[in-house]
Design a protein around this ligand. Structure first.
Ligand code: NI
Length: 185
């Protein structure tokens, strides 16, 4: 196991569209996941995508900690998940602004609109199919991590760049975000 170097905004690996993982149960994939878990925990992250450690493959890890939970029923605390070759679809039309940070954009946080509720599918570390419908923070972290696989960082999803703040200033000057909105398709 090893702590890996995390790519920061500006590195081209973060802008690339990642390739699917050909064999999710390959030993190399297991080794990468072990290193990513160690890297994310060392950096105090709640999620990490393979491109962030310079591996342009469609694999993410994430956890749902109790401190960020919304009070939505499908938003429950959960330990680390491994999600390989994921696909996401929105459930409903509700979009909500929420604060996000990223290990590739250190020191900052921004208010990002995301689908409140999503269904996501993919493959787990044992090769098992994953099919979950979630909402709130769980839905947010999955959308954030999966965006990395398409070369998208959260500032690109922001609709109001006035809400891109340094963490220290955000703690000094908290901003209340508006509630959920429905988008017409
Ligand atoms: Ni990120």
């Amino acid at each position: 196991m090893a702590i890996l170097k995390i790519a920061r905004m500006g590195h081209p690996v973060l802008r690339a569209v990642a390739e699917p993982v050909a064999d999710p149960t390959a030993p190399a994939v297991r080794a990468l996941v072990a290193d990513m878990l160690q890297t994310a925990e060392d950096a105090n992250g709640t999620g990490l995508a393979a491109p962030q450690v310079h591996v342009s493959r469609r694999l993410v890890i994430f956890m749902v900690g109790s401190e960020r939970l919304t009070n939505r029923p499908l938003d429950q605390p959960q330990g680390w998940s491994v999600l390989i070759n994921p696909a996401i679809e929105p459930v409903g039309t509700e979009v909500e602004l929420g604060w996000e940070g990223c290990l590739s954009v250190p020191g900052l946080r921004g208010a990002v609109p995301r689908w409140t509720k999503i269904r996501y599918r993919g493959i787990g570390i044992e090769g098992e199919p994953i099919d979950r419908t979630v909402e709130g923070f769980h839905a947010r972290v999955v959308q954030h991590e999966c965006d990395h696989l398409d070369g998208i960082l959260y500032p690109q999803r922001m609709t109001d760049l006035r809400l891109l703040h340094f963490n220290e200033e955000a703690l000094r000057f908290p901003v209340e975000l508006p509630g959920p909105e429905n988008v017409d398709e």
